[in-house]
Design a protein around this ligand. Structure first.
Ligand code: ADP
Ligand code: MG
Length: 698
């Protein structure tokens, strides 16, 4: 239960003065429903209005406040705005303009012959300074001196706004919300505060909302948020460890047989990582490990060797893939790896219904299935394993699955957990996204791979690219054609993305006929599988696709990939897409079709991709060029993105926050001492309720 002390902050936003149902609706669009949300959405910037004596002191673009004399009016007519001509104290001209239906009424507030103080942004038009819609106007006493009514520079925070919500109203809202802040105990280490000169939480919030220079305050708040996140991870980990797991030493029976069957030797990185995993499995506490490996580094085989160990130790394994497509592919890979070995593999996705599903569930409960492969369906409440000993989660670059999974499993012994990701996560970010996990890195590719020849080509030259594609197909080779991503927060691809793929496929079919297959996210699953199967079998040799193929599709015969509107993709995503080729022994080519008018950043990103094949370097560059929200993809921003901490702050503060979280729990595992109690408040404040609940569960 949330401590009562926090009630005013978790009250509905309508409890603030001036917020009725209509305003509440608008705020909801900004993600604000509770008083706390108002407080934790910090200004995106500040605007400063400077009081000046005359126009000589200002430049176009400045926000200023100055006294002028109104000398002439021209009322609005037709499309022309209402206009007041004014002169500053030195006789320099300023035009004050009003647009829209209220223009003449506003003009009337600036009577000819009067001195007024106007505040707003200056710009220039035909070499003349003008101010369109001043923020404020005030009549001045005609007898007052030149400085009359001038104020010091006025600083105003800027917030994300939405239609029907004015800047003023938004600022007022923050003021009222700040009034609701209860006195809170300190959850930070006092020495940390004094060493960094960090203010108390309430003071930091006030400063962050009002003072553009309050860097220390903003750092403190970022640290608060990161501490809450790392503390949540540490609690999850502690619970996972508490609920011990029977060790799975294994006798080498299956692992050795599996390895002996391989047509190649493990890379030394694979050997090392498998060793780390097997050592974890042999321990009497549950494994929590993150396996990072670039595209093509051979993660699936590592997963298979981990599953083999679980099976030979007599427990079940589960292998979760992010999409149906990928789950089926993992199924096929495991079936061929384990062929001839006494391992029974089952499959479950959202698509299995009725009898088929019941059959799988029964087999699983009896222990007639050793390894269950599938999508999220395999971890639903109703799915009961006889004895699940190892869960492998192939997250690709979706984050947050692991923590949710860990929090959700209530009863019983937790399985050993291995999370695999193909997105090389910079170390700092990995701490934040997968904080509780030990990290293994597959930093080596299987031998004999040729780097992919990557070229950036202007979209205008698409005709030449298609001619090249024709030669490629005529030579009996296979290729991918990827259609642009439409920026989108939802899970399924946008209709536009689909439309682009559908019409591109139609266009390419006119030229290449039935050898063109199409897959996109909105296709019914079986149709998608069938199309992909045709491509895998070589019946179709050109696969037109949306980003559904980005995750893990493995067709070594495909040696060309064309990516349309490449500038719209994230760098890490392009790297993933490119990873679809270069999987065989033949030289592969990746063509990035780029639209006209590339921004400087877009150009830098594409040329980065051309110059390196190292996923880690690319991820670091992506982080530098675009920020973590983009690296994680828009859909992850909400899940793991931070409210307060900026990318730079995450990089700078995460290690300390993590160390602090661990130390705090080492000293006070139940969070029951004074600082622990305060830390609970912090967890609630950042919506980590589920992590607090682990304190009361087994
Ligand atoms: P990832 O999932 O890490 O992107 P995969 O597991 O799909 O990579 O492996 C990519 C390809 O490399 C697969 O075709 C796989 O059979 C092959 N492979 C894996 N390990 C080795 C190895 N040690 N030597 C040669 N080929 C390997
Ligand atoms: Mg893979």
């Amino acid at each position: 239960m949330r401590p009562a002390l926090l009630n005013p902050l978790f009250a509905d936003v309508t409890s603030l003065p001036g917020v009725g149902p209509r305003v509440a609706q608008r705020l909801e669009r900004l993600g604000i429903t509770r008083v706390r949300d108002v407080l934790l959405q910090l200004p995106t910037g500040f605007r400063t209005t400077r009081a000046i004596g005359g126009l000589a002191e200002a430049n176009p673009g400045d926000r200023v406040s100055l006294a002028v004399e109104i000398v002439q009016h021209r009322e609005a007519h037709g499309r022309a705005p209402a206009r007041a001509s004014a002169l500053d104290a030195a006789g320099r001209p300023l035009a004050i303009l009003f647009f829209g239906g209220q223009a003449n009424r506003m003009l009337a507030r600036l009577p000819v012959g009067r001195r007024v103080r106007v505040s707003g942004q200056l710009d220039s038009w035909n070499d003349q300074l003008q101010m369109v819609h001043p923020d404020q106007v005030a009549l001045l006493d005609p007898l007052a001196g030149p400085e009359a009514g001038s104020a010091g520079p006025e600083v105003e925070p800027s917030y994300p706004l939405t239609e029907g919500l004015t800047r003023r109203a938004r600022i007022e809202l923050v003021r009222h919300a700040l009034d609701r802040l209860p006195p809170l105990p300190e959850w930070q280490e006092p020495t940390l505060l004094s060493r960094n000169g960090w203010p108390a939480f309430a003071e930091a919030l006030r400063a962050a909302h009002s003072d553009p220079e309050a860097d220390a305050a903003r750092d403190r708040l970022a640290h608060d948020e990161l501490l809450a996140g790392q503390l949540a991870w540490a609690l999850v980990r502690a619970r996972h460890r508490r609920r011990a797991r029977r060790p799975l030493p294994g006798d080498g029976r299956l692992t050795a047989a599996l390895e002996a069957k391989l047509p190649f030797a493990l890379t030394s990185a694979q050997r090392r990582v498998v060793g780390e995993i097997h050592a974890d499995l042999a321990r009497p506490e549950a494994m929590l490990r993150l396996l990072q490996g670039d595209v093509g580094s051979g993660k699936t085989l590592v997963a298979a060797l981990a599953l083999a160990r679980a099976c030979e130790a007599g427990v079940q394994g589960a292998f979760l893939a992010p999409t149906e497509l990928l789950a089926r592919q993992h199924l096929a890979t495991l079936e061929s790896l384990f062929a001839g070995l006494p391992v029974r593999i089952g499959f479950l996705s959202g698509r299995e219904k009725g009898r088929a599903r019941d059959h799988v569930l029964a087999a699983l409960a009896e222990g007639a299935i050793d390894i269950l492969v599938g999508t999220h369906a395999i971890f639903q409440e109703q799915v009961a394993y006889r004895d699940l000993g190892l869960a492998i989660v192939d997250e690709q670059h979706r984050f947050g699955v692991a923590q949710r999974l860990l929090l959700q499993r209530k009863a019983g012994q937790p399985p050993h957990l291995l999370v695999m990701t193909a997105t090389p996560i910079p170390r700092t970010l990995a701490l934040a996204t997968h904080g509780a996990l030990e990290v293994s890195v597959l930093d080596e590719r299987p031998p004999g791979r040729l780097p992919v020849d990557t070229r950036v080509i202007a979209a205008a030259r698409i005709g030449e690219v298609i001619d090249g594609l024709a030669r490629h197909l005529a030579a009996g080779r296979r290729a991918y054609w990827v259609c642009p991503l439409v920026e989108d927060g939802s899970d399924s691809p946008e209709p536009d993305e689909q439309a682009a793929a559908v019409s591109r496929a139609a266009m390419l079919r006119e030229r290449f006929g039935e050898t063109v297959a199409l897959v996109h996210g909105r296709m019914p699953g079986p149709a998608r599988d069938a199309a992909l199967a045709r491509f895998v079998a070589g019946e179709a040799r050109l696969l037109v696709a949306t980003t559904v193929i980005e995750v893990g599709v493995d067709v070594p015969e495909a040696t060309l990939i064309v990516i349309e509107a490449a500038e719209r993709f994230g760098l890490a995503q392009l790297h993933q897409l490119r990873g679809r080729v270069g999987r065989g022994r033949e030289k592969s080519v990746c063509i990035l079709l780029a639209g006209p008018r590339l921004s400087e950043t877009a150009r830098a990103r594409l040329s980065m991709l051309r110059s390196t094949d190292d996923g880690f370097a690319i991820a670091e560059a992506d982080l530098r060029l675009r920020g973590p929200g983009e690296l994680l993809g828009t859909r992850q921003a909400g899940e793991q993105g931070f409210l307060l901490a900026t990318e730079a702050q995450v990089a700078r503060l995460i290690a300390a926050a993590d160390a602090d979280a661990r130390l705090l729990l080492e000293r006070d595992g139940g969070l029951s001492g004074p600082r622990g109690e305060a830390a609970r408040l912090l967890l609630y404040l950042f919506d980590r309720d589920a992590a607090v609940r682990t304190l009361h569960s087994g």
